[in-house]
Design a protein around this ligand. Structure first.
Ligand code: UDP
Length: 239
């Protein structure tokens, strides 16, 4: 049996991840690809909790810049994460993976309420837990949710799936060929360097204070997630 590096992980899938190549909304084919990327690590016996984002559908901040009350808009954002969670659950189950969807905003017909001990028990029984609804509190991001749940559920690491290979010295997307990717990055630099914008600072600070490493990797490269769990160098590790 292959040796796994992390026994229990918190995987953060942003809305960006779930929209695939679309401009907006959910791309079932891409979610199926993600499910197929998750399956090998599930079969290795890794315990997995997934926090979904909602930016592919609605972000509270953009609602509020168009005149909405920020809290109301944020609740819509939280509901968007539950949309994404249901789509992800459908896809994981179709791929033969046992899952449970737990939400902070109760939707009894589709999900269990988030209860810490229950979430841990599900993982121990070999079920992937999908955590929808963010923290259930406005003014917070799903990155911060991911870190909080990582701590509560005693996961070993936060793994953030993105469309870029890792964290760069400068934005590589602006034709910037000076940009260099970090293999390792300290929390101190991630927090102080204004050019580094991969996660909100409160999420980073929480990880730093509690010694939880973060790996940022490119989800579009097949097999990357498995490589991470087998201890191979992929993406950027912040620690
Ligand atoms: N949100 C919130 N509280 C939370 C988590 C999320 O209010 O604890 C709302 C917020 O409006 C946010 C939206 O849900 O804009 C979607 O989450 P996020 O922007 O973090 O998603 P991602 O960028 O990962 O797609």
């Amino acid at each position: 049996m292959k040796k796994i590096k992390f026994k229990r992980i918190l995987l953060k899938l942003s809305g960006e991840a779930l929209k695939g190549k679309r401009e907006y909304g959910i791309d079932p084919e891409f979610i199926d690809y993600l499910a197929k990327e998750i399956k090998p690590i599930y079969e290795l016996g890794v315990q997995i909790a997934i926090v979904t984002g909602g930016g592919n559908i609605f972000r509270g901040l953009s609602g509020s810049t168009h005149g909405m009350d920020r809290s109301m808009a944020d609740y819509m954002g939280m509901l968007a994460t539950i949309f994404n969670s249901i789509a992800l659950q459908d896809s994981l189950e179709k791929n033969g993976i046992d899952t449970r969807l737990l939400t902070t905003i109760e939707i009894k017909q589709v999900a269990e309420p988030f209860i810490r001990r229950r979430a841990i028990r599900h993982m121990e029984k070999g079920r992937i837990v999908i955590l929808g609804g963010g923290t259930g509190i406005p003014y917070i991001t799903t990155d911060t949710t991911a870190v909080l749940r990582c701590l509560e559920l005693k996961c070993d690491i936060v793994i953030k799936a993105t469309k870029v290979d890792g964290i760069y010295t400068e934005d590589p997307n602006n034709g910037n060929n000076k940009a260099r990717m970090f293999k390792k990055l300290s929390f101190a630099r991630a927090l102080s360097d204004k050019k580094i914008n991969i996660m909100d600072k409160s999420a980073l600070a929480l990880c730093s204070d509690n010694n939880i490493p973060i790996i940022v990797y490119n989800m579009h490269i097949k097999g990357n997630l498995t490589k991470i769990l087998l201890g191979q160098q992929v993406g950027t590790t912040i620690q």
